[in-house]
Write a protein that binds this ligand. Structure first.
Ligand SMILES: [Zn+2]
Length: 46
């Protein structure tokens, strides 16, 4: 299962909370983590 890079939770790939960044898809548990990622993607994208 993919891991939410913001909070570290495992999330199902079917989640609607996903962001494409530099050709990779990142999955999130909630809209809060999505906006945190979008504010500072370099901090979370590894
Ligand atoms: Zn999260």
């Amino acid at each position: 299962m993919p891991r939410d890079p913001v909070c570290g939770m495992e999330v199902p790939e079917t989640t609607e909370y996903r962001v494409e960044y530099k050709g990779k898809t990142y999955y999130f548990c909630c809209s809060h983590c999505v906006s945190a990622f979008k504010r500072n993607p370099e901090k979370y994208a590894k």
